[in-house]
Design a binder for this molecule. Structure first.
Ligand code: PLP
Length: 362
């Protein structure tokens, strides 16, 4: 298919072409039922099969660690910013937040509305151009959990390693890098992600948590905001975003076909290396924003000598079929989001364009 855009959108973002085509093929008549998956009852056996298969496929990709449950929720990662402290930051406890950038700060803002918090570590002094040091966290005895953002989508930083928080549950917002590489789920009490970057379409929020963290929601919480409601009902308390769950299942099958998380990581590193090398070898024409050791392999942020030049870069790139290269409005500059589904060919096309642009404007 030659009319596919070179899609570097930050989210919703590129989906694998194979997945879109598979979904198209069974869009109107799902498995001979005479209905689209979108038209079915979420209480029927056909949808329930897809639902359960998606959850178990996700856990299988993460090595089937024992004692974890997957929840399919709605409201985006932004709702988890509140739902997490509502359920786990109970009276008399405090929660540690790692301040790594824009999304971490939004998570902290919501937690402060619910209970006591403290800054476990911060890279604010470095304007969030590095990941905070999490090697020596000081955690008060009454710490309910430690929250971090594994990949800062806007600034372009990514944690390489995660801290050992002992008996204190480690929580991660993995919205922009979940399944981009293998990780040890056993290190975490709970991870969550909006689906629209690396898992599928928007409308679905995935929570993966240790079962014991899903059991003790405070009594006063409304039903829909309780983890225990969704855990006890297999995420079928109310109508789930069924089409998005189905699409996520197809994305997970596609990841398996890429060699699972090891295969995906290798491809992601090749893609990121090509782009960062082009930036670093440009003699300062393009400048990476983030300290090299903390650079994200999902969101590549860079700048040029002036805002005018950056504007021109975006404008000319759009003429050539590139989408989504403008940096987030809060930080400016340029950003290429190169999630799992962005093919190597798109990055090859981008670096060719970057070299050409430098020739004519450098
Ligand atoms: C996109 C993003 C969010 C917000 O997700 P929504 O699903 O739109 O609420 C939160 N955290 C991170 C790290 C993100 O990249």
């Amino acid at each position: 298919m030659s009319n596919r855009a070179f899609n570097f959108n930050a989210g919703p973002a590129a989906l694998p072409l194979e997945v879109l085509e598979r979904a198209q093929a069974e869009f109107v008549d799902f498995q001979g039922t005479g209905m689209s998956i979108m038209e079915m009852s979420h209480r029927g056996a056909v949808y329930e099969g897809v639902h359960n298969d998606t959850a178990s496929r996700l856990l299988k990709l993460l090595g089937n660690p024992s004692g974890y449950q997957v929840l399919f929720l709605q409201g985006g990662a932004s709702t988890q910013f509140a739902m997490l402290p509502m359920n786990l930051l109970t009276e008399g406890k405090t929660a540690g937040y790692v301040k790594s950038g824009s999304w971490a700060n939004k998570a902290l803002k919501e937690a402060k509305l619910i209970g006591d918090t403290f800054i476990a570590s911060s890279s604010e002094e470095d304007k969030y151009m590095s990941t905070p040091d999490v090697s020596r966290l000081q955690l008060p005895e009454n710490t309910a959990y430690v929250h971090l953002t594994s990949n800062e989508t806007i600034e372009g930083t990514q944690f390489r390693e995660f801290p050992d928080t002992g008996s204190v549950p480690l929580i991660a917002d993995m919205s922009s890098d979940i399944l981009c590489r293998p990780f040890d789920l056993n290190q975490f009490g709970l991870v969550y992600a909006g689906a629209q970057k690396n898992l599928g379409p928007s409308g679905l929020t995935v929570v993966i948590a240790r079962e014991e963290l899903l059991k003790n929601s405070p009594k006063h919480l409304p039903t829909m905001f309780r983890y225990d409601t969704h855990a006890e009902s297999n995420s079928l308390y109310n109508t789930p975003p069924s089409f998005s769950v189905y699409m996520m299942n197809e994305v997970l099958k596609w990841i398996e076909e890429q060699g699972s998380l090891e295969g995906i990581e290798e491809k992601n590193r090749e893609k990121a290396d090509l782009l960062y090398q082009t930036i670093d070898n440009s003699g300062g024409f393009y400048r990476g924003c983030v300290h090299p050791e903390d650079r994200s392999i999902m969101n590549v942020t860079f700048r040029m000598a002036s805002e005018e030049l950056e504007k021109l870069f975006v404008k000319e790139s759009e003429k050539e079929g590139f989408v989504g290269l403008k940096g987030h409005r809060s930080v400016g500059g340029l950003r290429a989001s190169i999630y799992n589904a962005v093919p190597y060919g798109s990055i090859k096309a981008l670096v060719d364009f970057m070299n050409q642009f430098q020739k004519s404007h450098g």
